[in-house]
Design a protein around this ligand. Structure first.
Ligand code: CO
Ligand code: CO
Ligand code: CO
Length: 348
């Protein structure tokens, strides 16, 4: 029996996240925590929580899981694991151990599919040099998979989403468009070569981006996932109390993404993200509509968005490209806080 996981999910990957607007509503009900060892808590909406163990060690703790983004169970396991580990890399940390989180329709899917998902996750974890030491499975209608991951970081070397400084340039390490291509795949509008590219990108770990950030002493970064480039950039600008300006023509795009957006293949998650950023964003009057919607597109296992001092930015881009992140590009800059936290223009 051939299994097609896409038959089991309406929207997969990070597109299945609830809207960032709703999330902010829920988060208001969480109690404020006041433990001096919590170095990064929920208030800045960072990629992971960080807990200081002693002067030399802090734990980075994060989880992510989602419904299938591809047909093949093994590949889905790889992608979901790469995405879960990404938040550890975004904080400049080294992943050390993880737990499997699995929801699985055992009456409708053969157990081999279950095993393949876990095998994909385990292989990706091994590539990242971390061990999966346990997990939990629930019988559920829509399959979902991901990891809870712990990483190590020196307390002085944490990379946060709140450390952007006016004058920094913004570098993005992976091209944009996974949500649009995955929607195009469902609608049979995407080309096979574009689907292959998107799967390769989603499977690739952000480990070398983290290594480059550590090498150049980068202080501010986040990874681009469900809230899209614009949503995560806005969260970063708010956390740092700065304005972030992005020139959309500089965005690296996945092959076929622009064409699909132009054909109207723009998933609902992009509109949810637009709804979230709209009130706090300046849009240039002549802004290219397709690029605007691609900047809202929910990314699954997307790249790292980092803030880098202008004088070393070209060197950082070269280093990223040498490490295989060939689409890495400077896409905008950080300025003093203006009227809005985010500015989207065609050309920075
Ligand atoms: Co993240
Ligand atoms: Co995450
Ligand atoms: Co971060």
């Amino acid at each position: 029996m051939t299994v097609d996981l896409l038959d089991f999910a309406e929207s997969g990957g990070c597109s299945a996240k609830i809207s960032p607007k709703q999330l902010e509503e829920f988060l208001k009900y969480l109690p404020v925590v006041s433990d001096p060892n919590i170095l990064v808590g929920i208030d800045t909406h960072d990629d992971a929580g960080v807990y200081r163990v002693n002067d030399d060690l802090a734990l980075v703790f994060t989880t992510d899981f989602f419904p299938p983004v591809c047909s093949d169970p093994y590949e889905f396991g790889q992608i979901a694991a790469a995405n879960s580990i990404s938040d550890v890399y975004a904080m400049g940390a080294t992943p050390v151990m993880a737990l499997n989180l699995m929801m699985f329709p055992s009456a409708r899917l053969p157990l081999e599919a279950y095993a393949s998902i876990l095998r994909g996750g385990a292989d990706k974890a091994a590539e990242a040099g971390l061990s999966i030491i346990g997990g939990h499975t629930i019988d559920d209608n829509i399959p979902k998979y991901g990891l809870a991951v712990i990483g190590y970081v020196h307390p002085d070397k944490i990379i946060t989403n709140s450390a952007a400084v006016p004058g920094d340039l913004l570098i993005l390490t992976k091209p944009i468009g996974t949500g649009v291509i995955l929607a195009g795949q469902k609608l049979k509008m995407a080309k096979d070569e574009n689907i292959r590219e998107v799967k390769t990108l989603m499977k690739s770990l952000n480990s070398s981006a983290a290594a480059v950030m550590r090498r150049f002493g980068v202080k501010a970064a986040t990874d681009i996932t469900g809230f899209g480039l614009a949503g995560h950039a806005l969260k970063m600008a708010r956390a740092g109390n700065v304005t972030i300006e992005i020139g959309l023509e500089a965005l690296p795009l996945i092959g076929g993404a622009y064409r699909l957006a132009d054909d109207g293949c723009i998933p609902g998650a992009a509109f949810r993200n637009l709804d979230f950023v709209e009130d706090d964003t300046f849009f240039a009057e002549d802004l290219n509509y397709n690029l605007k919607m691609l900047s809202m597109d929910a990314q699954t296992s997307g790249g790292i968005l980092m803030c880098v001092r202008e004088d070393i930015s070209d060197e950082v881009v070269s280093a990223l490209r040498e490490e295989g992140m060939s689409a890495s590009a400077i896409i905008g800059k950080v300025t003093e806080k203006g009227e809005r936290h985010l500015r989207l223009i065609n050309n920075a």
